[in-house]
Design a protein around this ligand. Structure first.
Ligand code: ADP
Ligand code: MG
Length: 669
């Protein structure tokens, strides 16, 4: 495709872009003219009409024009000045500027030379008439229409971005329509959409252009995910043999219907010659581990190896314990591999993996480092609670031609599931094992905090255990961590002085493990934790949970956390202590208090806080899409998903659509 060259030229062909600026642009992912065309405005300034200064309305951004009068400048503090003026004697204007030294500021001197001024801003009522604070101004009439505003980058002005877009748009005719005609339907063509997203003649053209481009973005993303699925041959594991049957016979309980269905589906996936790509979604406590164990035994029975990746070292240790207990009696060798192990020990496990002497390895990110090699990896299990992205999953898969089983404890709304797991087939385990009780959840006024801790002590005196959870403290937030640790120490000395207390926080190293093990062994009655990383913990004797500053957690997180109590037959109780409770926070916490349906809670969380927060991690907070907004554009996402489905059903290899294949090859998800 030789006429694509102008679009694929480096940004340095654009006016005023040298090597240094190209470097800055590269950090934004802008390397070619095409990239620049596909970097969209974050907003627009409405320069469609000019109002007279006496006509400006309150609270809307408007462009106005008039005579500049009453200009003066005052010093307000060391190095700071305020400049004030009026437009047509009716609209007050104020700017604050930094100016060191004597004499007038640069801005003041500039305005002194001006008779008439164009001003863009939002006015508010002032003592006399209206006033605009720090409005943008123009000495010459700006181009009328909608002016794009691009995301801010240090050292690059919006005006420059506009100039580059103008230059890049000169090549836009070379762009191919990538949507097949029946899918494109009534949407504007790609070229028109690009022109209008950058320089819309009016709002309705902007809306149409945006809709087209959002749809295209979703469509290409989902198509890329789906297409990856039917890519290559997989491994056909054996039907259940003696080893697998022995494992099933040893299970200390009846499988729930959901578990049995999941095992059946996994068996059929693993036995088929196509790669398994399956997501098991099930609320906390629904018994997903059985599915992991079963699939692991099945892989080993076919002479395969298994890698199980979990998000944290604590979970890895706990999981390896459970896997050992379930699999070692069958003669299966299970090992742990985490960063926080002695180098020599890691080396030993890696060597054994390469030699095929270890059958199942449980670990953290440490598993996806280059140093880890398998003799015959045929199953990768990712227990993720949303902490791993698509890329990490594929890194693990790349270590062999493996089947993939992903387990997720937080039910997520369909829109997110599509984007995070669009490449996976989904199984839901809906019911909890029999006898499992709903956790009694209470929203407690901090004034009654002491009653809550008295209650904790009384349950402990009956031989039960409790968790007290503090909001997530990131490893880097030293100050926060310190404050939380201090609070924990106070609890330990005060309300909880009569019981055995253990303390876990993010700044701790290996001792964390020891504390947790002591809790599991009931050498500790109450576990105080600053982190939510232990969400996979399973201590059936723990019946009470207190969540401090509950308003700072995501709803899905709260739901997951409380799932840690009441795992036994006694039922659990969870106190949500919220300080500074706003109406909004109260509404959110009420959702968790009233509902025990993880799916409903997830939908509400998405509605109330948006996708980044729902997942509780930065990775997903940063935009996955250039233009699309997962929350606002759900309908388009669904439409795109349907279209992808139709298209692949009719033409799985996209043979009839070379442009589309070319566009997919360009995507960098
Ligand atoms: P999840 O990982 O889905 O949160 P787990 O697999 O950790 O849940 O299971 C939670 C608890 O329920 C464990 O103690 C497990 O042994 C137990 N369990 C799992 N399946 C059943 C079942 N069918 N009947 C009774 N208990 C079960
Ligand atoms: Mg689990």
């Amino acid at each position: 495709m030789k006429h694509d060259t102008a679009l694929d030229a480096p940004v340095t062909v654009l006016p005023g872009v040298g090597d240094k600026r190209a470097q800055t642009l590269k950090t934004l992912g802008l390397e070619t003219v095409r990239d620049v065309l596909f970097s969209f405005p974050r907003a627009y300034k409405d320069f469609q009409k000019v109002v007279r200064p006496h006509e400006v309305e309150v609270g809307v951004e408007q462009l106005t024009y008039g005579r500049l009068t009453n200009l003066h400048e005052r010093r307000i503090s060391q190095g700071r000045r305020v400049i004030q003026a009026q437009l047509d004697g009716v609209l007050g204007l104020t700017w604050f500027v930094h100016h060191k030294g004597y004499g007038s500021s640069f801005l003041y001197r500039k305005l002194q030379k001006v008779q008439d001024l164009w001003v863009y801003g939002s006015a508010k009522p002032a003592l006399f008439g209206m006033e605009m604070s720090s409005p943008e101004f123009f000495l010459r009439a700006p181009k009328l229409g909608l002016m794009p505003v691009y995301p801010l980058v240090s050292g690059v002005s919006n005006a420059q971005r506009i100039r580059w877009i103008e230059a890049a748009l000169k090549h836009v005719r070379l762009l191919q329509e990538c949507l097949p005609e029946p899918i494109k339907g009534d949407y504007p063509g790609r070229i028109e959409a690009l022109r209008h997203i950058h320089f819309p003649p009016d709002w309705s053209s902007q809306a149409r252009a945006r809709e087209r481009l959002v749809f295209e973005e979703f469509f290409l993303f989902l198509l890329g995910l789906q297409k990856g699925k039917e890519r290559k041959d997989g491994i056909a594991h054996k039907p259940d043999d003696e080893l697998v049957k022995k494992y099933l016979k040893r299970l200390p309980f009846e499988l729930t219907k959901g578990q049995a269905d999941a095992l059946r589906q996994v068996a059929s996936d693993m036995e088929s010659p196509w790669p398994m790509r399956r997501l098991i979604q099930g609320d906390v406590g629904s018994g997903k581990t059985v599915v992991a164990e079963y699939s692991a035994v099945k892989a080993v029975a076919s002479q395969g190896q298994v890698a199980m990746m979990v998000p944290t070292e604590v979970l890895a240790r706990q999981m390896v314990g459970r896997m050992k207990a379930a699999l070692e009696p069958l003669g299966i060798v299970v090992e742990l591999l985490i960063g926080n192990m002695k180098d020599k020990e890691q080396e030993r496990v890696r060597t054994a993996l390469e030699a095929g002497e270890v059958h199942v390895v449980v670990g953290t990110h440490a598993l996806i480092t280059e140093k880890v090699n398998f003799r015959n990896l045929t199953l990768a299990i990712v227990d993720e609670q949303h902490r791993f992205g698509v890329r990490q999953r594929s890194a693990l898969l790349g270590k062999g031609n493996a089947d993939l089983l992903v387990m997720s404890a937080t039910p997520i709304p369909r829109s997110l599931a599509l984007t995070m797991y669009g490449d996976l087939d989904t199984t839901e385990i809906r019911e909890l094992p029999a006898g499992r009780q709903i956790v009694d959840t209470r929203l407690v006024d901090p004034a009654r905090r002491h009653d809550v801790y008295r209650y904790v002590v009384s349950r402990v005196s009956h031989g039960e255990q409790a968790y007290v959870v503090f909001p997530l403290v990131e490893e880097s937030e030293h100050l926060d961590a310190k404050a939380a640790v201090q609070e924990m120490e106070e609890l330990k000395r005060g309300p909880l002085s009569a019981v055995r207390v253990g303390l876990i926080h993010g700044q701790m190293g290996k001792e964390k493990e020891a504390v947790f093990e002591a809790f599991a062994a009931h050498e500790i009655d109450v576990l105080l934790a600053t982190t939510v990383i232990e969400v996979g913990m399973n201590v059936p004797n723990a019946t009470v949970m207190v969540i401090e500053n509950a308003e700072r957690f995501g709803l899905a997180q709260l739901h997951q956390l409380r799932g840690r109590v009441g795992r036994g037959h006694k039922g659990g109780i969870c106190f949500l202590l919220a300080y500074n409770l706003s109406e909004h926070s109260r509404e959110r916490l009420e959702v968790v208090r009233r509902s025990n349906d993880g799916f409903f809670i997830a939908e509400e969380d998405l509605r109330l806080r948006g996708p980044g927060d729902l997942l509780g991690i930065r990775q997903w907070g940063q935009p996955l899409f250039r233009l699309a907004d997962l929350q606002g554009d759900q309908e388009l996402l669904q439409r795109a998903a349907d279209k992808v489905h139709e298209l692949l059903r009719d033409d799985p290899s996209l043979a009839a659509y070379p442009n589309l294949r070319g566009e997919l090859a360009r995507q960098t998800w």
